[in-house]
Design a protein around this ligand. Structure first.
Ligand SMILES: C[S@@+](CC[C@H](N)C(=O)[O-])C[C@H]1O[C@@H](n2cnc3c(N)ncnc32)[C@H](O)[C@@H]1O
Length: 248
């Protein structure tokens, strides 16, 4: 068995220790002693962007703009860049400065150096704050993979992104017909209902995992913004957020 080699260490903004390690061809980012992202989990990370972008409706004469939440190892950004036209913009929000630095260094070649693409722009910060501060209708698609999905574990504050308040903020930040796609470790739970309540038409796409959790099915939730959904969105709390063991 090849031993893990620690390539770099850092601290997340919430104080948790982070490491970047390599074992042969496999790379791993750990936070607070838990696995955050492995290069063996590339399939569902790419599927988030390919499925999310495929759900986009017709363009209305202006370039597409996509937000990816969570850079990780760059697979979702790379797949988004593959899915959108030459005049599109792909913004990527990343909380941890070291992850951005690692993607420009030792991780760059894993997903084909997506940050070197002139259509890509990194926004350093919390994606929840970036979405909340955005002008209404900024993006055609938001592709979210910051944690384990609707049952976030790595950063506790991420749970707000998956609650109805966070989903309504995403709704506001999307153009009519826009897509909010969310990666999830598990396809169990009531997240479709939360999306519906926030004004989206919800669909869940199972994605077979070929990486460390071989045999396990991850999920990509796709919420398509209903036109005039601000009026249609049902108000009230959403109960029964999904529970599951999480990515780690
Ligand atoms: C599981 S990884 C994403 C994997 C990515 N889809 C890929 O293709 O490699 C989660 C990423 O989200 C970042 N993150 C976690 N919480 C965040 C937040 N609130 N805002 C922005 N980025 C966040 C983590 O630092 C990490 O880089």
């Amino acid at each position: 068995m090849i031993p893990w080699e620690v390539l770099a260490e850092s601290t997340a903004p919430d104080g948790q220790a982070m490491t970047l390690s390599r074992r042969g061809h496999e790379y791993l980012i750990r936070v607070g002693g838990w696995d955050l992202m492995s290069s063996r989990d590339d399939v569902s990370a790419r599927a988030l962007a390919s499925i999310g972008c495929a759900a986009l409706g017709p363009r209305h004469g202006r370039p597409l703009r996509v937000l990816v939440g969570g850079l990780g190892m760059g697979y979702s950004v790379a797949a988004a860049l593959e899915a959108v036209p030459a005049d599109a913009e792909v913004e990527v929000a990343e909380l941890v400065p070291a992850v951005i630095e690692w993607n420009r260094g030792p991780l760059a070649s894993l997903a084909g150096a997506p940050l070197a693409d002139p259509r890509a722009r990194v926004l350093e910060g919390d994606v929840a704050e970036i979405i909340a501060a955005a002008e209404p209708g900024r993006w055609d698609a938001i592709l979210l993979d910051v944690d384990n999905g609707p049952d976030p574990l790595a950063h506790d504050q991420n749970s707000a992104l998956y609650g109805v308040g966070g989903l309504r903020a995403a709704h506001r930040a999307l153009r009519p017909g826009g897509v909010h796609a969310v990666w999830s470790y598990s396809r169990e739970g009531s997240f479709s209902r939360a999306l519906e309540r926030a004004g989206f038409e919800a669909k869940v796409h199972p994605v077979a995992n070929h990486g460390r959790d071989r045999g396990r099915t991850h999920a990509i939730w796709v919420g398509r913004r209903r036109d005039g959904a601000g009026k249609q969105a049902k108000r009230g709390p959403v109960k029964g957020r999904e529970r599951g063991p999480g990515r780690r």
